[in-house]
Design a protein around this ligand. Structure first.
Ligand SMILES: [Fe+2]
Length: 511
């Protein structure tokens, strides 16, 4: 039981000011209602995360506006008989009472278990694997890829199945939340009516508290909590963590950049607060240095990219629109100069058997016109609309014959080839959504035409789910895991396809 004495004893260590702790600041409900998470694993540790929110949808998550001490522990067994690390962290109101602990000093390539405690209450326990040592030669790597989890669009059945997989970690490419207004229905971009299968609280998100509340509702989902409690995640953000199709300091509506930056700063703070990421990703002056490299022994290097924060504005008025001259703009950029140079360096060093780019938007240039013969239509929010930096990057991949690009954003599964002029230089696996877009079907209307006009695409599917990648030194296999429905709970999982690339040969075959 949590007593007033316990509470004061816990709180007193955290601040010297004569703050008044009243009896009603004691939790009225379970404070670990948002579960636990781990992320950014390294060979000697990972981040463990939680956020105190006894009443997730209420103001401040139901917390008193005071810092609170939380203890944490890490064990090398599930029963917590052998604790290998422990400590105290302060959940601060400045960070929405979230906790990020960077655990270090652990052994490489093995599972650990962690949990949090406040007086009288304990979190569920989570599991996280450390990575193998950079100098080691792992025989294989299996990891998951997921993202695009609109809460009103469907249940998180795919997360529930993801939690059953045996994986080293999961890469989440973003669209962790969607900033749209809640309600039983909403209008899509073409004015179409979209009916919610479950209702999200709140209006369109603008303030830090708005974003926090949206994360709290998403994170209260038990299937999502299960995936986080089972696997460490590497997170990146895409557009809907902030606003639809934003780039740099511009959003879809092109409001003045100095105003958009205020919203972006609030959204990025909430993103940091809710993701198990390292302190290096804490926002500074409203910006997050999110791109980072992950080494899995000498088997793979995974470069996690940020395709939003430094990108020039979408050309040709954005959206799915006919090609215009602007897509050839010489000064266009996706990654910005610094990140692009960093990625070029990593590819040039070519230190691992496989080079993997984990990122958000489709890199293949695909003609989206599946309705008439009026000409080429591009999704202006993809690499296809930024031909100069796209060609520059593909040219850097030429000759490596070990590059795999992982992508999200499309709400459809794709597999295909990337070309530098006529030469295939990399493969791209596009992961569908966890829930965004609803149930879907094997082939979306118009897919046959997309396949016919885009021979670089080898696979297309429009169901919800996630990817698992099985990597050995000789072969990269990507499994397209799909669920039969998300509109009601309990959907069943199947492996829709497996596509493989042999090391040293840029080609795809269906296994
Ligand atoms: Fe999305």
């Amino acid at each position: 039981m949590l007593t007033r004495r316990h509470f004061i004893a816990g709180a007193a260590a955290t601040f010297a000011a004569p703050a008044i702790i009243r009896a009603q600041t004691v939790f009225r409900a379970y404070p670990f209602s948002l579960g636990v998470a781990s992320g950014d694993p390294s060979p000697d540790g990972f981040v463990i995360w939680t956020r105190l929110a006894p009443q997730p949808l209420e103001q401040h998550g139901g917390m008193a506006m005071a810092p609170m001490e939380v203890s944490w522990e890490v064990a090398d067994d599930e029963a917590f008989r052998n604790r290998v690390a422990q400590g105290q962290a302060v959940a601060r109101p400045e960070l929405g009472h979230s906790i990020h602990v960077e655990v270090a000093g652990l052994q490489p390539d093995r599972p650990y278990w962690y949990r949090f405690q406040v007086p009288g209450e304990r979190s569920i326990h989570g599991r996280a694997r450390t990575l193998p040592l950079a100098a080691s030669s792992p025989e294989r790597l299996s990891f998951g890829v997921c993202g695009c989890q609109s809460y009103p669009d469907g249940y998180y059945t795919a997360h529930r199945h993801l939690a059953e997989e045996e994986l080293a970690f999961v890469y989440h490419y973003g669209d962790y939340i969607y900033e749209y207004r809640g309600g039983p229905t909403r209008r899509g971009r073409a004015g179409e009516l979209i009916v919610a299968v479950r209702e999200v609280a709140g209006d369109t998100l603008y303030s830090l508290d708005d974003y926090r509340r949206r994360y709290a509702q998403y994170k209260a989902d038990p299937d999502l909590q299960r995936a986080h409690a089972t696997h460490a995640f590497f997170h990146s953000f895409d557009d809907h963590e902030i606003a639809d199709n934003w780039t740099q300091d511009t959003d879809w509506d092109e409001i003045p950049p100095e105003i958009f930056r205020l919203r972006r700063a609030a959204a990025l703070q909430a993103w940091y607060e809710h993701m198990p990421v390292r302190r290096a990703l804490m926002p500074r002056n409203g910006e997050v240095r999110m791109h980072r490299a992950v080494r899995v022994g000498n088997l793979a290097e995974i470069d996690i990219l940020d395709t939003r924060q430094y990108r020039s504005n979408q050309p040709c008025r954005d959206g799915f629109t006919p090609v215009c001259q602007e897509i050839e703009a010489a000064n266009a950029t996706i990654l910005g100069a610094e990140q692009e140079a960093w990625l070029a360096r990593n590819l040039q060093r070519n230190q691992a058997r496989w080079n993997c780019l984990a990122q958000q938007i489709m890199m293949m240039s695909i003609d989206r016109n599946n309705w008439d013969d009026s000409g080429r239509v591009l999704n202006m929010d993809t690499w296809a609309a930024y031909e100069t930096p796209r060609r520059r990057l593909l040219a850097r991949m030429a000759g490596l014959n070990n590059v795999v690009v992982l992508t999200g954003d499309e709400h459809q599964n794709f597999a295909g080839l990337l070309h530098d002029r006529d030469r295939a230089v990399a493969v791209e696996f596009v992961a569908t959504s966890i829930s965004s877009g609803g149930d879907g079907s094997d082939r979306r209307e118009g897919s046959e035409r997309i396949l016919a006009s885009n021979p670089q695409i080898r696979f297309i599917n429009d169901q919800r789910g996630y990817l698992t990648c099985d990597v050995t030194s000789d072969e990269w296999r990507t499994n397209y895991m799909v669920v039969d429905r998300v509109s009601t709970p309990g959907g069943s999982l199947s492996k829709r396809a497996t596509l493989a690339m042999a090391h040293g040969e840029v080609a795809l075959r269906e296994v």
